[in-house]
Design a protein around this ligand. Structure first.
Ligand code: HDD
Length: 756
């Protein structure tokens, strides 16, 4: 249906090209034809929105259009024009002295077109270059109003938002599923000005002072001589840095855990990381840490899956987010707040709240929900919106203030500064996606890319020429007034407080909070990354760091490195685990999960597939039909569109794989070569790509199964049919019900060597 619509749209556009009805302005040239659709597969079926998922209207409190609406204003009208609006009769050939003669310098259209193209790129972000974003709406619950006067957190206030997710280390074109921290930056277009919550999916940071930021990023980025490896932490400079700076131990441990390879942006937590300060209407203050809690739960890939995805579909997370929104499965997060009394020490239960390498366990300070974020629309133009959006932790609104976290202090400088080279000058707030949805009445003037036409003669204040305008606001009229916190009498020094020196008790708590299977993944990740380092001294130093977290962790990684395990040099801290840190052991909604259904070959197979496909849709999930070749599967009822072929389907795309009977055997020599027969115990008869699909899904802890003879195919793929999470039914509906139960737990954890 989507392709049909695209075809029709191309046809209509061609018809609309000339008011006189002709479809081409060049006499003698054939009218343009809609492009032929050769792609054998179809994209995902749109999901019917659930009643509670109907999209809230994106609106601006001031009635100004949102960024998306403004973008739609570009590229309008029937005729192709120059940048100056002059209509063009030809745009495919340079102006020449004769068709075989030299190109003429007087061709102003050629020069304008090429010059503009030459300058299409802007510098990519120095960190977080690779990202994807979406529009949405935030609704306050009102629960935070006891502690903050921020208008957007008041009950039922709806605020438009733009959220950008990102990886940190890779370039703009790098793969989505690399092991890395993910950015989670939210721009709230509030009625009191823009508020940006520029967070990550990991609640702690590598360093405690912004002056170290260039160092940690230089160490993580590719080596400066050969510019490799891209988007990886598995190299010497990264491990050199994080082992020489033991304050990086906690963040590194989170990166090596499953949090470093999320299944989807929709299934990540987000954290403001720093402690902020909330202010109520009376001026009373409370310290706060912000959390985003995804409605779909926190889920990850397994490492092999992430690696295969990097090759098969480097845009996996970007595609997943866009597809879900387009299908009406709007991702949602609750914004939560952990609050703490604003005492002079700024500690809670002995944890220093100004140290960004610390978390406060949720068991000690529960996360209280304060509002709901729903992403409802994809950007209309990647460059205009996702690339040009400029976040800044200093974009604050009344009711939210900063603390003296020294990492935050440097950020307050950096984000404004970086936009000046990235977006070409100081007027980036005028770019549609960055415009506040409140009236702007500043006295900033001129500069590169000034698009406002300021009126008045007196851009200074006080003035008498412009009638004294504009006036200043007060606390009663939503002015931003810094909290007058006392500054301790002290000497100027370049040093950190002694409380910043505990680098191991928090990582130890994280390690002790993990389930056995999560610990196994962490051990495998450290072993992989350190084995990719060349320097022996770095590996030995890394083992010493691990010994100070936990001897078992250290011992197992040491075995993998073929090195002796050192003894701890610090006393292992006595800490209670925080069960909230583990991703395993709970159940979650299955909305938007992807079920691959491999078509069977025999009589009645298509009917069985049709009814299961329908049931998958009714459960709010996405069915993808897989067959030997593209096209339609025909039987008595409506033909069913094939969405993936044996050549294009790979396990990483599916959360579960079902066989609707016995699939067609290998149909060509290419198929047999494409999948290594060695993937399976016995590939006789079945297409090896189907066997690989099954064995890979099984290995990655996914639900697999089928009906009507599927058992033999599963066995041929080397899958024991009695194993946990293998579902073999008489018919499709029984099998699907079991699959839904399995998907609610994300993976069949029992299948991993350590079990749960
Ligand atoms: Fe940063 C981008 C998150 C520390 C300097 N950062 C950036 C983005 C996110 C974060 C999500 C991407 C925003 C977008 O999508 O456009 N950064 C963090 C978090 C940090 C952190 C959670 C620690 C708690 N960052 C940090 C420090 C500095 C920077 C200490 C510098 C002193 N970050 C930047 C930057 C970037 C940026 C260079 C690059 C592009 C941009 O700002 O707009 O200014």
């Amino acid at each position: 249906p989507v392709q049909q619509a695209a075809k029709e749209a191309v046809g209509k556009a061609a018809d609309a090209a000339r008011p006189d009805g002709r479809t081409d302005g060049i006499p003698g040239r054939p009218a343009p034809q809609p492009p032929s659709v050769v792609e054998p597969t179809e994209p995902k079926e749109p999901l019917p929105p659930k009643p509670d998922q109907s999209g809230p209207e994106t609106f601006s409190p001031t009635g100004l259009p949102t960024g998306a609406d403004q973008a739609a204003m570009a590229q309008d009208g029937a005729y192709l024009t120059t940048a100056q609006g002059g209509r063009l009769y030809e745009s495919d050939h340079s102006l020449k002295a004769g068709s075989r003669g030299p190109v003429l310098l007087q061709d102003h259209h050629l020069r304008e077109k090429i010059t503009h193209f030459d300058h299409e790129r802007i510098p990519e972000r120095v960190v977080h270059a690779r990202g994807a974003a979406a529009h949405g709406v935030f609704r306050g619950y009102g629960t935070a109003s006891q502690v903050t006067k921020a208008a957007f957190l008041a009950k039922d206030v709806e605020t438009p938002v733009f959220v950008r997710f990102s990886t940190v280390l890779g370039s703009r074109g790098s793969a989505d599923t690399v092991r890395d921290t993910r950015g989670f930056a939210t721009k709230f277009y509030t009625s009191e000005g823009t508020f940006d919550l520029v967070g990550n999916n990991i609640p702690v940071f590598f360093i405690q002072d912004a002056i170290k930021f260039p160092d940690v990023i230089h160490a993580g980025k590719p080596h400066p001589d050969r510019e490799i490896p891209q988007a990886q932490s598995a190299h010497d400079t990264f491990w050199d840095f994080v082992t020489l700076h033991t304050e990086a131990t906690h963040h590194t441990l989170w990166n090596m855990s499953d949090r470093g390879i999320p299944r989807s942006f929709r299934m990540m937590e987000g954290f403001g990381v720093h402690t902020f300060r909330l202010v109520d209407a009376e001026g009373a203050t409370t310290l706060v840490k912000f959390h985003w809690k995804p409605k779909l739960g926190v889920h990850s890939m397994v490492w092999e899956e992430a690696q295969i995805t990097g090759g098969m579909d480097p845009d996996f997370h970007r595609r997943d987010l866009a597809d879900a929104i387009e299908a009406g499965a709007y991702p949602q997060w609750e914004l939560g707040a952990q609050t703490f009394p604003d005492t002079p020490e700024q500690t809670f239960e002995g944890i220093d709240l100004l140290d960004p390498t610390n978390i406060v366990p949720e068991e000690l300070a529960p996360v209280q929900p304060v509002g709901l974020l729903t992403l409802t629309a994809n950007p209309s133009n990647f460059f205009a919106e996702t690339e040009q959006v400029a976040f800044h932790p200093g974009h604050l609104v009344p009711g939210i203030d900063i603390t003296d976290d020294p990492l935050l202090a440097g950020r307050l400088f950096s984000y404004l500064d970086t936009q000046i080279s990235r977006l070409g000058g100081p007027n980036f707030a005028q770019i549609p996606i960055n415009r506040p949805h409140t009236p702007v009445n500043d006295m900033l003037r001129d500069g590169m890319h000034q698009t406002a036409v300021h009126r008045g003669t007196a851009p200074y204040r006080p003035n008498s020429l412009d009638g004294g305008c504009p006036f200043l606001a007060g606390a009663d009229t939503s002015a931003y007034i810094e909290v007058p916190v006392p500054v301790p009498a002290a000497e100027k020094v370049r040093k950190a407080p002694a409380s910043f020196e505990d680098h191991f008790s928090q990582p130890r708590r994280f390690w002790l909070s993990m389930s056995p299977v999560e610990r196994e993944h962490i051990i495998a990740a450290y072993t992989f990354e350190l084995n990719k380092c060349y320097e022996q001294a770095i590996k030995e130093r890394a083992l010493q760091v691990l010994a100070n977290i936990d001897p078992d962790l250290c011992g197992q990684v040491a075995t993998g490195l073929g090195l002796p395990a050192p003894k701890p040099t610090e006393t292992l801290a006595e800490v209670d685990p925080s069960p909230a840190l583990s991703q395993v052991g709970r159940t979650w909604p299955v909305d938007g999960r992807i079920v691959g259904i491999v078509a069977g070959d025999g009589d009645g197979a298509v009917d069985g597939l049709r009814s299961v496909r329908q049931s998958v849709l009714e459960a709010g999930m996405v069915p993808l039909v897989i067959a030997p070749a593209g096209g339609k599967l025909d039987a008595d009822g409506e033909p069913i569109t094939v969405q993936r072929t044996f050549a294009t389907a790979r396990s990483i795309e599916f959360d579960a794989v079902l066989l609707a009977g016995v699939p067609a055997p290998a149909d060509d020599a290419y198929g047999a070569r494409d999948a290594k027969a060695g993937d399976t115990a016995d590939s006789e008869g079945a297409d090896p790509r189907v066997l690989r699909l099954l064995s890979e899904a099984y290995r990655h802890g996914k639900a697999v199964g089928g009906w009507a003879g599927a058992e033999d195919v599963l066995l041929a793929a080397g899958i024991p049919v009695q194993a946990p999470g293998v579902v073999v039914g008489e018919d499709g509906s029984g099998a699907l019900q079991q699959v839904i139960g399995l998907l609610a737990k994300h993976r069949v954890w029992e299948r991993f060597p350590a079990g749960v």
